[in-house]
Design a binder for this molecule. Structure first.
Ligand code: PFF
Length: 448
């Protein structure tokens, strides 16, 4: 018998744990900052509602029907539909995407751990802009320090994964997700008390259609996949541990809602603190490492709240990283004689090695460019803009064109109206949107 989550809540927490991560607290705020604020937020919300939610349902549905890891799951579903075994490719691509994402994700999560310690030691107090910048660049310029933290984070991830679905993944999420929400609310309260909330809300929500650029649209769409963990089998494998009677639509809705709420609240909180200190929102990836520490360093209770902030980000990253390796680990367990611990060690070791190349790309290997980008940037772009949307596209196409309608319908258990809506979006809207992004990437639609 395949293991399953203890209940619906456990699934929602684990999947929300996967979705809420660096994507929400590190990437989303800095992307909003560099893409002009409200315009980006608006398009992002549209993408999440129109494409993200239906695709989340699709991926959970495929997983639950398959009751297997993504590779064998797709093979099983394909034979059930009398289709070619080539659909297995979705599973392999997902495993590869998870490994590649975690190899840079873990490096950034390592920065978070280091900054958490710095914050706790009062290291931000009275820090000026130049000093903050210098601190960050000398930190990422030191490969040994990055290696140490990358190693620590990979170790933390693998410990949880090795303990299995219920006593590892489920338990970790059950502890960390509620803590994460509590910390976020405390920080929101803090930023309401000492930050510039109204300016932050204005920046994020006052509609300014003139700022909707093609670039903003494309990055918002790629990001909606990344932030919801879609297109690489993480949600599929979590869905494969979901019991039969749980409503996929409702559970997916809560996951998407939680992910979006966390991103928005994190954004409002961060910008309120940034604006109150007269700082710029457009710092890019350094926003929470360079800009935010300056702000915390000047504010009352800054040491405590900065520490809480980095604990929040670390929890978010940790609950996501375990889902990035679960497709690979479940595939190994179900296809080799390795037990879970050895499988975790093997996958973790591989990611750790690739991560070394990633962290060197901030210093010793900074000059090495793959198609014009550093190893770090290239892995981020390749996975977020290509592999995840491609995986999502293929899953959507499989669900509506290959799988038998009766099977999908049975699994989704939607009423007629909702089912037709899901079908329409999954059949036309999502694929069209994804194809548009691809055409643009290869330069046929030079929008950016
Ligand atoms: N959703 C995570 C985040 O927003 O940080 C990242 C992620 C996790 C992407 C798991 C993909 C995935 F399968």
């Amino acid at each position: 018998m395949r293991v399953h989550w203890s209940n619906r809540r456990a699934f929602i927490m684990a999947t929300a744990g996967s979705a809420v991560g660096l994507g929400n607290i590190w990437k989303f705020p800095y992307m909003t900052g560099t893409n002009g604020g409200s315009a980006f937020v608006l398009v992002y919300l549209l993408c999440v509602a129109l494409i993200g939610l239906p695709l989340m349902m699709t991926e959970v549905m495929l997983g639950r029907r398959a009751q297997r890891n993504p590779v064998d799951g797709m093979a099983h579903l394909a034979s059930e539909a009398g289709a070619t075994q080539m659909w297995k490719g979705i599973g392999y691509m997902g495993i590869a995407a998870g490994i590649l994402i975690l190899s840079f994700y873990s490096v950034v999560a390592g920065w978070v751990l280091d900054y958490g310690l710095r914050a706790a030691g009062g290291g931000f107090a009275g820090m000026g802009a130049e000093q903050a910048q210098q601190q960050f660049s000398s930190f990422i310029g030191n490969p040994y320090e990055l290696l140490l933290w990358h190693t620590v984070f990979m170790f933390l991830t693998m410990v949880v994964v090795a303990r299995g679905v219920t006593s590892g993944l489920e338990r970790a999420n059950k502890i960390m997700m509620p803590s994460l929400v509590a910390i976020l609310l405390i920080l929101l309260g803090y930023s309401m008390a000492v930050g510039d909330i109204s300016r932050s809300l204005d920046f994020m929500f006052r509609p300014d259609f003139s700022r909707i650029t093609p670039t903003a649209v494309l990055s918002a769409m790629g990001h909606s996949f990344f932030t919801l963990s879609l297109g690489m089998g993480a949600v599929m494998v979590y869905g494969s541990y979901l019991q039969r009677h749980v409503s996929i639509a409702r559970a997916s809705f809560y996951v998407v809602l939680t992910d979006t709420a966390v991103a928005l609240v994190a954004g409002v909180t961060i910008f309120a603190i940034v604006f109150a200190n007269g700082l710029e929102p457009a710092a890019g990836p350094g926003l929470i490492f360079q800009t935010l520490p300056i702000a915390f360093g000047r504010m009352p209770g800054g040491t405590l709240f900065a520490t809480l902030f980095f604990v929040l980000v670390a929890f978010a990253a940790w609950t996501s990283s375990i889902s990035l390796v679960e497709p690979a680990v479940s595939w190994l367990i179900e296809n080799t004689r390795l037990d879970r611990t050895r499988a975790a060690l093997l996958v973790g070791g591989l990611i750790w090695l690739i991560g070394i190349a990633v962290l060197l790309s901030f210093n010793a290997w900074g000059e090495i460019k793959l198609f014009g980008l550093t190893i770090f940037d290239q892995l981020d772009k390749l996975t977020t803009n290509v592999m995840l949307p491609l995986g999502g596209l293929l899953m959507a196409l499989f669900a509506v064109w290959v799988m038998r309608a009766a099977h999908a319908q049975e699994e989704l258990a939607l009423n007629d109206r909702h089912y037709r809506r899901w079908l329409f979006v999954t059949r036309y809207v999502a694929p069209a949107a994804i194809v548009l992004v691809f055409l643009n990437l290869v330069g046929w639609l030079p929008l950016v």
